[in-house]
Design a protein around this ligand. Structure first.
Ligand code: HEM
Length: 520
């Protein structure tokens, strides 16, 4: 058969295309990352040598698998998470200094724990310092493009719309919802204790999730938990599929292949979208509340977006808020109860404060603000067990931090756990539970307060931190005023790093009703 074109010409085109593709791959996967790394090497920054394409992935993987089973089954004597969860980073930091570079795949990353650079990084307001591109790609299937997963002017637009809805003034209006959600957990525990004769061994994790899910769903979206429950379950399953443990998330391009896991993730994505749009539809038909969902709806309407873009704006931001505020608060509450169970003196002390301030009433904002000991305990919990272990950014143009010229394309990691337990900053008891260090607030707690960052830093600092603190205080105050608790003998201490720092086997407490008012 005669080809309609010259076969030599065809072969030349194929040859040239292949050479072009190889050059492109070589430049973007090998030459460019090497060029970026060499710019920092010239400034004296070193780090573990990366292997071609895989970077330091194999070392990171090995470190994770060797540490995951090495934790004590006893309650912790100290809370040295940096050494347990991030030993490789500890080792690299000792070997290469407080600023070193490593690679995830071909992506060069600068790990920064040096106080002056962390300070500059945390006050930088440039829109060119955004969330890392590799992270946005990884989270896109889970979160689409909302406030958590966008950069530049798109992010600024999302933040402007959402921020006022989470100011303290608005949170005051959510107090009833927050206390009702907490009381429903207390009622369940009460019934369990009565049914089981006075003391009950409870795994608290799901209750904490129900609480924070209920609050987010009702306060921000006006729907009740039973409507949000399905969304939460699917998002949690989706989050699990997106976690580091899933190989598809570690190999570039793998998530586009129709593997079993990916197909399951796509199915869940569609279902979550349908459910959120269903809540939106009901909302349009029935209510004109001025809550977060209403703001998102109105802003989408005013933005002259196409119907598809409007849907995406709504669905993505709903998912972002659900995800940002759900697990983080639940996990913090879980760790806080574990620490109070382990430290009975602090449990008694905070309970005495709660009983004195509230006198048997449900706390209001004013009462919560008077609970100093409780606030100290929560800050200390977030110091030792910060749910978000790394604050990360990428330089989208050449930038300067301290003496460091950082080329465009470099990502930064600030290791929150490492900063939170640095003994130079926090003192010799850095790995111990000592809420007293927060007696003068977060500013007086250590030598360099900007190194305390459970809610992140700079313009992208957590939007929900006021809400989270009020939720945690309300829940702890109500639990402490009704129950006493200690760690269950079945509790196994095994903090693990999924997307967040979580108790691997959950937290079990021995819980009973409070009979007498304790003396301190
Ligand atoms: C104890 C609970 C929480 C913790 C520890 C936490 C922590 C964080 C952290 C570390 C960040 C990233 C900040 C950065 O990159 O500098 C963040 C971002 C965010 N959080 Fe939270 N968070 C909590 C609760 C909440 C709640 C309850 C909500 C909302 C209802 C929320 C909404 C957000 C949003 C929207 C962002 C993205 C901000 C942006 O990129 O502009 N968070 N959070």
């Amino acid at each position: 058969m005669k080809l309609p074109f010259d076969s030599h010409f065809f072969m030349s085109v194929v040859f040239l295309c292949s050479v072009g593709l190889l050059c492109y791959l070589y430049t973007s996967l090998v030459e460019k990352p090497n060029r970026l790394r060499s710019k920092l090497r010239k400034q004296g920054v070193s780090g573990p040598p990366p292997t071609i394409l895989l970077g330091n992935i194999m070392e990171l993987k090995k470190a994770r698998s060797t540490t995951s089973n090495s934790l004590s089954s006893e309650p912790p004597a100290t809370h040295n998470l940096a050494a347990v969860l991030l030993p490789l980073f500890d080792k690299w930091s000792k070997q290469y200094g407080q600023v070193f570079m490593f690679s995830i795949g071909t992506k060069p990353i600068l790990c920064v724990n040096q106080p002056d650079i962390v300070r500059e990084f945390s006050v930088c307001t440039s829109l060119d310092l955004g969330k890392p591109s590799y992270q946005l790609k990884q989270l896109a299937p889970l979160l689409g493009q909302g406030i958590l997963t966008s950069n530049g002017t798109t992010w600024a637009h999302h933040r402007k719309i959402l921020a006022p809805e989470l100011y303290m003034e608005k949170i005051k209006g959510m107090m009833n919802i927050i206390s009702e959600s907490a009381i429903s957990v207390l009622n369940l525990w009460n019934s369990k204790i009565e049914a089981e004769g006075g003391v009950v061994d409870i795994k608290i994790d799901e209750y904490m999730r129900n609480f924070s899910g209920d609050v987010i769903s009702r306060a921000c979206f006006g729907s009740n938990y039973s409507k949000g429950e399905e969304i939460f379950l699917k998002l949690t399953a989706l989050q699990e599929l997106m976690s580091w443990n899933n190989i598809s998330n570690r190999i570039p391009g793998m998530r586009y292949l129709p593997t079993k896991t990916n197909r399951e993730a796509w199915r869940l994505q569609n279902e979550v979208k349908k459910l959120i749009l269903q809540v939106v539809k009901e909302r349009k038909e029935t209510t004109f509340e001025k809550d977060l969902l209403q703001m998102i709806l109105e802003s989408a309407k005013n933005s002259n977006l196409s119907e598809a873009a409007t849907e995406r704006f709504i669905v993505d931001n709903c998912k972002n808020i659900y995800l940002a505020g759900y697990e983080t608060t639940a996990v913090s509450a879980t760790w806080c109860l574990m620490l109070l169970a382990l430290n009975q003196n602090w449990q008694d002390r905070v309970r005495a404060e709660v009983l004195e301030v509230c006198g048997g009433k449900i706390p209001d904002v004013n009462m919560l603000s008077k609970m100093k000991q409780l606030t100290m305990v929560i800050h200390e919990t977030l110091r030792l067990y910060p749910p978000v272990s790394v604050v990360s950014r990428e330089a989208y143009k050449d930038m300067k931090f301290g003496n460091l010229d950082v080329p465009k394309g470099f990502s930064f990691w600030v290791m929150v756990v490492t900063l939170h337990t640095n003994s130079d900053n926090w003192g010799a008891d850095a790995h111990e539970f000592n809420p007293k260090r927060f007696a003068n607030g977060t500013i007086g707690a250590c030598k360099l307060p900007h190194m305390y960052m459970p809610f992140g830093v700079g313009p992208r600092v957590c939007l929900g931190q006021n809400l989270a603190m009020v939720e945690l205080k309300m829940l702890m105050a109500l639990i402490l005023s009704k129950f006493t608790f200690s760690l269950s003998p079945q509790y196994v201490h095994s903090p693990t790093l999924r997307l967040l720092i979580e108790p691997e086997h959950g937290i079990k407490l021995l819980m009973k009703k409070l009979s007498t008012v304790p003396r301190v």
